[in-house]
Design a protein around this ligand. Structure first.
Ligand code: ADP
Ligand code: UDP
Length: 238
């Protein structure tokens, strides 16, 4: 399989077409951004760490019966995935209050959320990813009612699998964002699952080990991602 043209350069990954129309190559770059691209930086090793991390998580999810786009990791910073027709929607599940939820509702950070909260956001940087609900999605034809139900079902299945996986490593899965796309007739988990798109806290000390270290200028961003990988037993290249 050969890498061909650059299809899309996002804030953290570049997407390439290949000679197989059903496959793309995702290049995880060292770039990071927050606040809709307002704060940016290059972080050594981040692309590699996220690529290896994502491969590990996607394989765990696939093994648990969740359909993902992941095919294989082909280099330190690149993976082959199924080409999906992405829905312009972000699915967020929250187990503990943090981030935009706290700002929006005036809730203090760190409250256990039982049952967990599910939220949809429109993927649109210019509009700052506004929160939307099922009615917006159906009326504006961003997805069907059946797809909405499936996104919720799969996103909660991911929660069951990953909450336990991280708990076994002494970590709390605070919240996370997933993106889905169509492949043939089915919805498939796309994009990535890395500490860039979730919140992970040390279970004992509640130390932040995710992108909030970058957002909040706490330092040690990639070191924290590597610590999470290490605790999960993921082997990272030197
Ligand atoms: P952003 O677009 O938010 O800046 P990235 O830098 O991570 O994010 O860019 C990756 C882009 O690739 C995202 O827009 C994502 O929706 C898209 N994408 C991820 N997986 C797939 C896939 N399997 N097929 C098609 N597009 C994908
Ligand atoms: N998230 C993401 N991409 C986005 C928005 C959110 O990966 O464009 C993740 C974020 O890292 C967190 C969860 O989704 O794990 C919930 O994010 P929140 O709504 O709190 O927004 P934030 O304050 O992180 O922008």
């Amino acid at each position: 399989m050969k890498k061909q043209a650059e299809l899309y350069a996002g804030k953290a990954k570049t997407v390439y077409t290949t000679d197989d129309p059903d496959k793309l190559i995702l290049h995880f770059r060292n770039d990071t951004s927050a606040f809709d691209g307002e704060k940016v930086a290059r972080l050594e090793r981040k692309g590699m760490v996220n690529n290896v991390f994502n491969a590990f998580i996607m394989q765990k999810l696939e093994a648990a019966g969740i359909p993902t786009h992941f095919i294989e990791r082909i280099s330190d910073e690149e993976s082959v995935v199924k080409r999906l027709d992405m829905l312009p929607i972000e699915c967020v599940v929250r187990n503990i209050s943090a981030g935009s939820l706290c700002k929006r509702l005036g809730v203090e950070e760190g409250r256990d959320l039982e049952p967990p909260i599910f939220e949809f956001f429109l993927k649109n940087d210019e509009l700052h990813d506004p929160m939307i609900n099922d009615y917006h999605i159906i009326t504006f034809r961003w997805a069907t009612e059946q797809e909405i139900a499936r996104m919720k079902e799969l996103t909660f299945q991911v929660n069951t699998v990953l909450k336990q996986l991280f708990a076994d490593a002494g970590l709390l899965l605070v919240d996370y964002k997933l993106e889905f796309g169509r492949f043939g007739g089915e919805l498939v988990l796309g994009d990535e699952f890395t500490p860039d798109g979730c919140r992970l806290w040390d279970a004992e000390t509640r130390r932040k080990l995710d992108k909030d270290r970058f957002r909040q200028g706490l330092g040690g961003v990639v070191e924290a991602y590597e610590e999470v990988a290490h605790r999960l037993g993921i082997e990272l290249p030197d």
